[in-house]
Each structure stands twice: as C-alpha cells, then as structure tokens.
Design a protein around this ligand. Sequence first.
Ligand code: ADP
Ligand code: ASP
Ligand code: MG
Length: 413
Amino acid sequence: MGLIVQKYGGTSVANPERISNVANRVIATQKKGHDVVVVVSAMSGETNRLVALAEQFQKPPIAREFDVLLATGEQVTISLLSMALISKGQDARSYTGSQVHILTDSAHNKARILDIDDKRIHADLNEGRVVVVAGFQGADEYGNITTLGRGGSDTTAVALAAALKADECQIYTDVDGVYTTDPRIVPEARRMDKITFEEMLEMASLGAKVLQIRSVEFASKYNVPLRVLSSFTDIDAEPKGTLITTEDEIMEQAVISGIAFNKDEAKLTVLGVPDKPGIAYHILGDVADANIEVDMIVQNISEDSGHTDFTFTVHRNDFEKTQSIVKNCAEQLNAKGVVSDNNIVKLSLVGVGMRSHAGIASKMFQVLADENINIQMISTSEIKVSVVVDEKYLELGVRALHVAFDLAEDSAE
Ligand code: ADP
Ligand code: ASP
Ligand code: MG
C-alpha cells in the first residue's frame, strides 16, 4: 500500500463524462490499496476564457485580481470531481490551494510554492477519503490568492507528492508519455519509456509543454518519481507512460533524446553600437529593470569600425515593451538603429549523450542547410543545441531533424 498523487490536466476533465472517467481511474487506484490525492486543472479552455475576460479591462490585467479570477477555473473541477467520486460510492473532499495551506511567495501570476501543510490531507486519507486539490494556485503569507503560471497544476502535483512523500506522482494528460518531439507536429515521434530529469528540464525549458518546468525542477530536487501517462487509454490496460528519473536508472542512453521548439520568442538587434565595455550591461540592464527575461544573446566582434551588432531574444509577450526600451537605449548609445522580428522559432536538440559525442551541432546545421533553412542565432550547452530560425520553417525543421537523428518509432534499435 502506497500513496499516489495523480494530476489530471484540462483535456482530461473537459466535460462531465471525462470527469466521470477520471473518477473511475481514481477509484481503481484506491481499490489497489493506495491512498490517492488528486490534483486537477481547470476544464479545457477555461483558463484561456478567463484570461480573455480579464483582458477586456486591462492588458496585462492587475496581477492580484487576475489571480483571484484565474483560480476559479480549478475550483469548478475539484468540486465536480468530488461529486463524481462520492456519487460512485467513494468518499472524497475537495480543497482549494489556500485551504490545504499551499503557501507561496507573493509573485502574482508566477508564484513559487514555499511550503505545504499536509495535516489536513493526512487526516482525510486516514478516514479513507480521496483528497482532491485545486492545481495551479496557493496563497501568500497575507492570504492573497496566487497562481503558479500557465501549466502550474503539474507543479502543484509534484510539490504535494514531495510534501506527502508519495510513492509516485502521476501526470495524466492527452498523450501517453513524453515523446521524442511533440507528436502533434511529428506523428512518427516515439514515446520514451524513461528520460532523465536533466533532459526533461531542458525539453520543458526549450518549449515542450507536456510538463511545466518548475514541476521537473521540484521533482529533481526532491527526487519524486514522476510519470507522464494518458487518461484516455483503457483503464484496465497496462499503463505505458514515461518515467522521469535519474541518469543511472537509464541503461542505454541515446545520444539525442528529443527535439523541442518554442514559438514564444522574439528577437531584437541593436545595430552599430560602440564596441566598448559596458554596452551589454547598458542594454540588458534596462531590459532587466523592466523585469523582462532575456533568453539567447549574441554579440559579434567588430571589424575595424569600432562598432558591433547586439542581438537577443525575449518572450513574445514582452516584445513591444522591450522594443521601446531598446529604441531608447539605442538613441542614448548613438547606435545605428534597432531591428526586431517576432516571427521566429527556436528549435533545440536535447540529449545527455551529447556530452560524449562530438559533431552533433554540425550535423544539425547540415540538416537545416540541406532544407535551405537559414540559422539566425545559435546557442549550446552540454546537453543541448538551440537555433533560431524563421517560424515558417518550424515543421520542416523539426521533421527533418527528427528523421536525420533517427528518432522515429521504426528507427529505434
Ligand atoms: P494538460 O492539459 O494535460 O496539462 P498539456 O497540453 O499541458 O496537457 O500537455 C500535453 C501536450 O504537450 C500534448 O498534447 C502535446 O501536444 C504537447 N507536447 C509538446 N511536446 C511534447 C513531447 N515531447 N512529448 C509529449 N507531448 C508533448
Ligand atoms: N489551468 C491552468 C492553465 O491552463 C493550469 C494548468 O492547467 O496546469 O494553465
Ligand atoms: Mg499542462
């Protein structure tokens, strides 16, 4: 007998029939003798609907009030799932984030979980109840409702699993695991049985939205066994899924595990800035002061003119704001001007095997060149190579790389 935390995403609770199916899965897990804590997302499309509503008043919406609004989506599903469980004869109780004391910092819309008081949950489990907790939300030390950023229910689930010392955290979604790339873009993508925390973290950071980045960080930090599964498979079938685990648990490590892409970036270049100390600090300091995160940065050495170009990327939501900051900065620096482009995409190859294999980057560049795809920016780390290309090449690029690196189902082994 163990303790399992199960999380069901928006598509898994999209309508009453699916909520009823989720209840059946939860009951089946209970019948195997486990205690079950369930975390649910808002019904599919609901959070987007709430975002659109708030934006009718202000864009971006006032952070504190935005959180009060967004947190309502999950409150609907916790109550409906508890009703479904109780109507099927399984005692259950629903709780919002603040009711189970999910304490966060006060960074509205992207709060971090600091602590969870597990007393109430344990008391219910001891009474034989299933505990249903609203994902994506908590409260700060002053009792203000906070939310954890889009996709945050994954993090609620992992944080609860860590706090409760659960035997496993199961993330149920609309795909049956983590694939070599998004199966919506490449239908031949292959499900991985296992992937390391490190690779999953890179995949998530580089755009694979199957797990929120912070949930993987949390799982890695607290060593929570984390599994991604489908809620749409036959309930009696042997579950497949993907286990996210440590490197030594994986016997045969592929050189490349997967390809991630991120459509949420935008690129800005300050042209002809003086090539002297303090320039990068001047430009990026102003951007950082506006609380805007910068991703890739490229600065070339200048030839003889003493001037250089400085390019970086930011989240697309921050594009306009960054543009005006950088234009100001360019004037102060007497730069030639600013060019910007928000029709870019970042493609990344990820794999811990890269550490011991040379030539991965050059092969990637060759594949893209063969498809006539121009590379605008490059960045590398020990276990990833990322390139920025025009967004019209997203599908072509991902598919070509998927074939070239033998990631498809039938090319395994
Ligand atoms: P949920 O609503 O259950 O949280 P998400 O939409 O957040 O589900 O995440 C599941 C989706 O992630 C899949 O439908 C898939 O399109 C996408 N995805 C992106 N990259 C990958 C990948 N490498 N493996 C599996 N799914 C991926
Ligand atoms: N409902 C929130 C969202 O759509 C949180 C989640 O689903 O994880 O982002
Ligand atoms: Mg999600």
